[in-house]
Every structure is written in C-alpha cells, then in structure tokens.
Design a protein around this ligand. Structure first.
Ligand code: PMP
Length: 406
C-alpha cells in the first residue's frame, strides 16, 4: 500500500534538491565558519548564501536582518521574550486565542508571571475583528504577536493591516508575526507591503527543509534583546554554533518555495478545493472549520458531526492516508484543540475534526483516493455513534446541539 501524505502543516518531506544542497556540509565541509583558515571560508559562504535566499523568500533586500534559529518555536520565544526584555516598562502583550502553542502557551506563562496578556477572540470562522484589535492597543503594550496563517484551519489574518494599525497607534509597539504556515505558501514582502512588521518567525520543516532549522527576521532598529547569549554568532543575535548543513538546506528550500509559489496558488489550491467540495457533497452533517475565512491554499479542516476525529484518523491510516485531527489527543489530552474551541465549533463536531494539508508533492490521484475512502469511513463510524440513529440514518433527536454535551 502506498502512503498518501496529507499532513504537510505538521511537517513536510525533505526535497531531494535540499538533501543535495546539504550533503557537502554534512561530509567534507564541516569546518567552523568563524575560523580563519581557508577551508572554513566555504562553510561561512554557505551560510551567507542561505541567508540571502531566506531574505529572498521574505522580500527583504538586506539579509543581515535574518537570524537563523533551531525552529519556529525558538524564533517565537526569542521574538516575544526579547522584546519584553528590551521594553521592561511595558507589561502588556496582545495575541490571539488561536495561536500555535509556541506562542499561546508562552503567553499563558507570561500571564502567570504577572504580565497583562490580551488574547483576542475570533468569530466562528476564525476571523479577527480589527475594531477589537485597535481597542486592545494600550500605552503599555510592548508587543503584538499575531500569526499570519493558522496551522489548524489555514485561516489568514490581515497582518499587513494589523501591523499598520499598530504603528499608526504607537510606533514603539513591536509587531511580531508567526509566519510558519504562510512562508512558502503566500507571498511575503517585508520591504514593501509588510514593512510595518518588525519580527517574523518561520521554520524549515514546513517547506521541505529538514526539522531543526528556522529563522527570525528582525527589522533593523527593532528593540529586541538577544535571547540566547554566549558567542558572537548571528551578529550577536543568537549564540550557538551555526547548523551549517541545515542552514544550507533551508536556504535551498526557500529558493524552491519561491519558485513554487505560483503552483501553491493554482495546482495545490485546485486539489484542496476539489477535495473539500467533494467531501461536503458526499458527507451529510459535515462542516468546514474556518471555511468562511480567507485561507491558505493547501489546508482544509473538516468536522464530521457525531463521530471522533481520532477514529477517522485511525481508519484513514489503515488505508495508508496520513492526516491529523484538531484534537490534542495525540499529545496526551482528550481536550479538543483550543483553536476549534475558539471558533465555537459545536460539541458534536469539535471532536470529529480532520485536517488535510496538501503540498506540491500531492497528486490528483491521491485526492481521488481520499474522496473515495473518507465518506465510507464516516458512514461506518456513525453506525456505532451514540448520537446516530442507524436505522433511519440520521442524528438521534437527543444528540447535543450546542457547545456542551447534553
Ligand atoms: N507556529 C506554527 C503556526 C506552526 O504550525 C508550528 C509547527 N506546527 C510552529 C510554530 C512550531 O514550529 P517548529 O516545529 O519549527 O518549532
């Protein structure tokens, strides 16, 4: 059985071109890039070139504003904690209730430490209110951290407007965005349209580089103190010996992502739209979570009422299809995800969510196969659901209707 990989928002396959770009630095060119001797210059050159390619994907002319990190989680922490450290008098942070845990949990921890954190709510489609946002900005706001695109639903936040409104209100507030899901899927232009964004994080493994490398864009002049102290690597912005091979691979992946941006928007989007349309038409009592928002071209998050996402994933897996659910069961909790809860997805659907996230490596045949097997899986699971009347093939009249079990 061949595997159909439809979980690209979790991680992606490493592109063969990326492996090729990394190989010299995993084998012969192992030198410390800061050393004076001749062979080390090749290692330093690889990092320099990669920095230029990352800057290219971000639309940044000055690559000196790109700092390599180990992952997006590190970049997010460095952005938020570094800003707070640089602005100790400002004790207010603004974020949203649907951020990735690397921001969401960090902000909850800051609140436990006594900082004032505003978690902006979203509507049932995962959209933010610009009016609520402007009202939340305060004279003591240090940093705004709002993701560009949501990892679970794919919903896109209007980062350009949010950053502009922030700066119009108070240029001293630092605007950070977690662009881990949008980099490589949406055009980014930090020198022009996104010129009010001060800090932007993303990660290699979401765009066909390996896990273990990421980047933080720090606009020149931004008040953000280094987070990892020690050596002078990364211009004193992030101590620790640079991961040369991974950085070289990351650079190549960014270059490829830039070349494939058009394909994300056309071929990948067409596959996602067809998948979603066919599932909606074949499966009764199914909803597309965040379907009313502007979304990433590759993501669909669907909830099948009256059954559990984990059960669906198990059955999909037995057919060789890799997807993920919106519940955190796999991470040791039975709680539905905070993102779907923030969207106020009803009780009977919040446990039944499945996210398919495609990439340029997926094919129309793979989408056909998912369309062929998914409705049957849902039908079978509903037969054993306590909320489903199998005889009449419809929900039981006493099935819960709202956010809570009956
Ligand atoms: N932010 C978002 C939006 C993500 O989707 C992820 C990964 N799921 C991260 C941050 C964390 O990325 P990393 O694994 O590189 O730390």
């Amino acid at each position: 059985m061949t595997t159909i990989y439809a979980d690209n928002n979790a991680t992606t396959a490493v592109a063969p071109e990326v492996v090729e770009a990394m190989m010299p630095y995993l084998t012969g060119v192992y030198f410390n890039p800061s050393s004076m001797y001749e062979p080390a210059k090749k290692a330093a050159a690889a990092i320099r070139q990669a920095r230029g390619k990352v800057a290219g994907l971000l639309g940044v002319a000055d690559p000196g504003q790109v700092v390599f990190t180990s992952c997006a989680t590190e970049a997010n922490s460095a952005a938020i904690l570094g800003t707070l450290k640089a602005n100790p008098k400002r004790r207010h942070v603004i974020t949203t209730g649907v951020e990735h845990p690397s921001v969401y949990e960090l902000c909850k921890d800051l609140a436990r430490d006594g900082l004032d954190v505003t978690f902006l709510p979203v509507d049932t489609q995962g959209r933010l209110s610009l009016r609520d946002f402007v009202r939340a900005l305060r004279p003591d706001t240090a940093v705004v951290s709002i993701m560009h695109a949501n990892n679970e639903t794919g919903a896109i936040f209007p980062i350009e407007q949010l950053a502009r409104l922030t700066k119009e209100t108070d240029p001293a507030i630092v605007f950070h965005t977690d662009a881990t899901q949008s980099a490589g899927k949406l055009p980014l232009d930090l020198d022009r349209t996104l010129r009010h964004v001060d800090l932007l994080s993303f990660s290699g493994h979401k765009l066909h580089a390996p896990k273990g490398v990421g980047a933080l864009f720090i606009r020149k002049g931004t008040r953000c103190r280094p987070f990892l102290l020690g050596g002078h690597q990364e211009n004193g912005r992030r101590a620790g010996r640079e991961n040369g091979p991974y950085i070289a691979g990351f650079g190549r992946a960014c270059e490829l992502a830039q070349e494939h941006l058009g394909e994300e928007d056309t071929r990948v989007r067409a596959m996602r739209d067809r998948l979603e349309k066919e599932l909606v038409s074949r499966i009764p009592h199914m909803q597309v979570n965040g379907g009313g928002a502007q979304r990433l071209p590759n993501t669909t998050n669907v909830s099948c009422h009256y059954i559990e996402g984990e059960g669906i994933l198990f059955e999909l897996d037995s057919q060789g299809i890799c997807a993920s659910s919106g519940s955190a069961c796999t991470s040791g909790s039975l709680e539905p995800s905070h993102v779907l809860q923030a969207l106020r997805v009803p009780f009977t659907a919040v446990h039944g969510s499945v996210r398919f996230s495609l990439s340029c490596y997926n094919t129309d045949e793979e989408v056909d196969r998912i369309i062929a097997v998914f409705p049957e899986i849902v039908r079978n699971l509903r037969k054993v659901s306590p909320y489903w009347d199998s005889e009449n093939d419809c929900p039981r009249p006493d099935a819960p209707k709202g956010l809570q079990p009956a």
